[in-house]
Design a protein around this ligand. Sequence first.
Ligand code: PRX
Length: 638
Amino acid sequence: MNPTGVYAEFHHRSIHDRDAFWAEQAKLVDWHTPPQHICDYSNPPFAKWFLGGTTNLCHNAVDRHLKDRPDQAALIYVSTETGIEKTYSFRELHAEVQRMAAAIKGLGVQKGDRVLIYMPMIAEAAFAMLACARIGAIHCVVFGGFASGALASRIEDASPRLIISADAGSRGGKAIEYKPLLDEAIKLSAHKPEAVLLVDRGLAPMTMVAGRDHLWDALRLQHFGAVVGCEWLEANHTSYTLYTSGTTGKPKGVQRDTGGYAVALAASMKHIYCGNAGETYFSTSDIGWVVGHSYIVYGPLIAGMATLMYEGLPTRGLAGEANGGIWWSLVEKYKVTVMFSAPTAVRVLKKQDPALLAKYDLSSLRALFLAGEPLDEPTAQWIGQSLGKPIIDNYWQTETGWPALSVCNGVEQTATRIGSPGKPVYGYDVKLLDDQTGAELTGANQKGVVVIEGPLPPGCMQTVWRDDARFVNTYWKTVPGKLVYSTFDWGIRDADGYFFILGRTDDVINVAGHRLGTREIEESIAAHPNVAEVAVVGVADPLKGQVAMAFAVIKDASLVPDDKARLKLEGDIMKLVDGDLGAVARPARVRFVTLLPKTRSGKLLRRAIQAVCEGRDPGDLTTMDDPSALQQIKDLLI
Ligand code: PRX
């Protein structure tokens, strides 16, 4: 049956006339050598896109625009933490990226080498990513909010030749030192980088390691006039890895290609975000997350747009003053046409004076896109009415790299539906499967697991870094007898084809739009000498979407005889998590119990704990070993 409607046909063609469809989209980017073969899916689930084509992400993001728009703004950097506001034109960005590329090469980095980037939201972080792409080095950005334990495991897995970092990040005007965390992480990691390149922001003193550590300021001057051409890379050359959480404690390195990613981003800028060259895009995310990779750095620049990179809270102005209207003032000042944020940030803004929204001229803004976590109805209503602009919820993952569900107004103007991130995006053959039988659910409003039939479209993960088996087993083998990609999200589809996302099927939680693995937090807490066992669950929170809640069994109860001692232990455990994973992973509370709810076979009943914490019915407990365990948790919550 052929679909009717402009978008439905567009989507249908993307799946059923795949090669012709994507050959057309591939024209949105520059190729040094055009692709010889559009899609090779001869070895499922590994998809290879645009084989034989050579291109470069940095060329498409920067050099390509030098001809038509050299003096147009490319990177607008605003930090309400340091009061810095600076615009780089494409010409200036080109020069900075070449300086960084020359410095990186000078430190021994070659094509295919990994460069780990552990940086705050400063312009140099974008230079570093683009410089890696330029020379074909693989960047691995680690979120600046992670601490030494999390960083160490990523250093070990990525085995970078070089690490690029800074003296400190800053939050609410307070410096957060990076260098000691980095030094500790390198100490913990079995792999040691040959060199460390450091941006000194003047926020915190740094102890330099002779022979290993280098200062960016000095190398920048040394390479001031550097000319470093773009390396032409085969489309399947790995551009980057980005670590994300899953069911196990060990983070997965999501590996992305070059050509497919460039095409996917260019197409998404046209069909989903509707951003045009010469305009300004403002994404409030962080370069440590996938949204930062795709829609702070690469996507807008590939489209010839200026990208606004913002460091700071949404409620603080450039002089450090309280200012809940800062983002809107930037929209006015830089004539932002497309804005991208997360529901959590909107919930923070909701607490500010609504008059702040009326104060600024937001006429340039066409739409606000929100992603990363479920968009609840009151938040969607509030921001939609306050802004008077379309609010577009879009659903995707670190793994996909760009939206899998959205409306595509660049193809056909499509109504949004509150609570729904829309319909399957072109290229994604999205289905709902019964989690027990694996049967496809085709009826309206049936709950199932959201899956994607292979091949995944261009721009999605190639594999798990250095672990093809993990890629296949984790994502593609969840349904017996079928090779389909599982998103690990529950969903339903209404009678008109709009999807609704109902939460994760695994142990991943979403705290303020940050994706965290409860297992990673459990492993960190279990390292405390007086913790015998621990369960961490995500519990609904009105502001952050979810918060982590920990329940721990104490080894030696005599060491914590009273409430005061328990509070102290709770504080110590939180500090432990802060130091190991970072404050972002710190549980909201750590409560103490004498046993945890488990099945008779010893499996932790996290879902039952979560239900009790949220005041819901824990469901069928016939497999539970000792019901008093759940009762203890209930009693604690009273
Ligand atoms: O559970 C889904 C949720 O966030 C997960 C992916 O998180 P991450 O890898 O950090 O990538 C975020 C990219 C925007 C998903 O598996 N999620 C993401 N977007 C939505 C969402 N849940 C509901 N609605 C969304 N729009």
